[in-house]
Design a binder for this molecule. Structure first.
Ligand SMILES: [Fe+2]
Ligand SMILES: [Fe+2]
Length: 363
């Protein structure tokens, strides 16, 4: 395949619709209205058949249009089952209601439907609704866009890419533990994270925490010996470089994900005792996002080989963090990290072995 046709294939926006209705006339009508504007229309007679279809080709179905009253499995059961079986925002679900009663519509939204259309269906409205649904279903998660500079940085420096991925993993695990503790009343702090969506946002923030490294000259990161004071100051600038770039975006699009990314990039080198950088914040002046990521960051930095030193084993790294990093971390969060040190050590061992192999293969 030529490069151009390959690119065209990548850029092609697919649009597959699944329409579920027990009335053959409705199925036929929906198919005839949508065929001119989408790639494919698949048809099912009831919820159960629809589920079977999704099981086979979940990734390929963008929008589902589902009737509510059907034999075998009705629309309510179908929506409930889909949202449980396939967590996430896809597929976009439009329910068809006969009367458009408020209670019925509210129930559908509560179960996870995205939109509704009343019967008899207007062909024009159906096309408008489906076009809107497709643009939402195929929209790119802003978190993915934030990853682009990081992937570019990774082409220059594989260690930084792995470091970011590892920090994301440790942050995610630590946050989930903190959430459980918080629900059980053991962890006293209020987490800004309560849902799966928030955890994904925090993971993205952890992933991009070092993105400002792009603006710091290569010779700094590749220097095998100790930094001069000037070089150290240059290195420290990666926090503010990243934050300034994100601040511009944040001012423009007041967005929760961007806020977490800003906190992570700017303050992940702050210390609980106020001796960190760039702002010398202390204790709870440091946002909790950065306090969690700081632990993940140091743990990964110590357990991976650096140009100026060999890696420590996870157990050695944890000992160093306990003894030498006094005053560095939020004591309450660090205590919880220590309670699960064996878990973090085993995650580190399995990840680092495979990453080392990958680095050896590319060298
Ligand atoms: Fe950093
Ligand atoms: Fe880092």
């Amino acid at each position: 395949m030529s490069q151009i046709s390959q690119n065209n294939k990548l850029l092609h926006i697919r649009s597959n619709i699944l329409a579920i209705d027990d009335d053959p006339l409705v199925r036929k009508y929906v198919e005839s209205v949508l065929k001119p504007i989408v790639s494919n229309v698949f048809l099912s007679e009831n919820g159960l058949q629809g589920i079977e279809m999704l099981e086979k080709m979940f990734d390929d179905i963008d929008v589902v249009i589902v009737d509510l009253m059907m034999p075998v499995m009705d629309g309510f059961e179908f929506v409930k089952h889909v949202r449980k079986r396939f967590p996430g925002q896809k597929p976009y679900i439009i329910v068809l209601t006969s009367k458009g009663e408020e209670d019925t519509i509210a129930q559908c939204f509560e179960l996870g439907a995205n939109d509704f259309l009343t019967k008899p269906i207007s062909g024009k409205l159906l096309q408008i609704y489906v076009k809107k649904a497709l643009s939402i279903a195929n929209s790119i998660d802003p978190g993915l866009l934030l990853e682009i500079p990081l992937r570019l940085l990774g082409t220059r420096d594989k260690y930084t890419l792995f470091h970011s991925e590892n920090v994301k993993m440790y942050t995610s695990v630590l946050t989930k533990i903190l959430l459980t503790k918080s629900e059980e009343g053991e962890f006293s702090q209020e987490l800004p994270i309560s849902s799966q969506k928030n955890i994904i946002e925090l993971e993205t923030a952890a992933l991009v925490h070092d993105v400002g490294k792009i603006a710091v000259p290569d010779f700094i990161w590749q220097k095998p010996g100790r930094f001069t004071p000037e070089e150290r100051n240059l290195m420290k600038l990666h926090t503010t470089y990243g934050a300034v770039a994100l601040e511009r975006l944040l001012n423009k699009y007041r967005n929760h994900l961007l806020k977490l990314c800003y906190e992570a990039t700017r303050w992940h080198h702050e210390r609980w005792d106020g001796k960190g950088y760039p702002d010398g914040l202390k204790e709870r002046e440091i946002p909790i996002t950065a306090r969690i990521i700081a632990i993940a960051d140091v743990f990964d930095a110590l357990t991976t080989k650096r140009i100026y030193r060999d890696e420590y084993t996870p157990e050695e790294a944890i000992e160093i963090m306990k003894n030498e990093e006094v005053g560095h971390f939020d004591p309450e969060i660090f205590q919880i990290f220590l309670e699960h040190e064996r878990l973090f050590a085993s995650i580190a061992k399995s990840r680092l072995t495979s990453q080392l192999k990958e680095i050896e293969q590319t060298n």
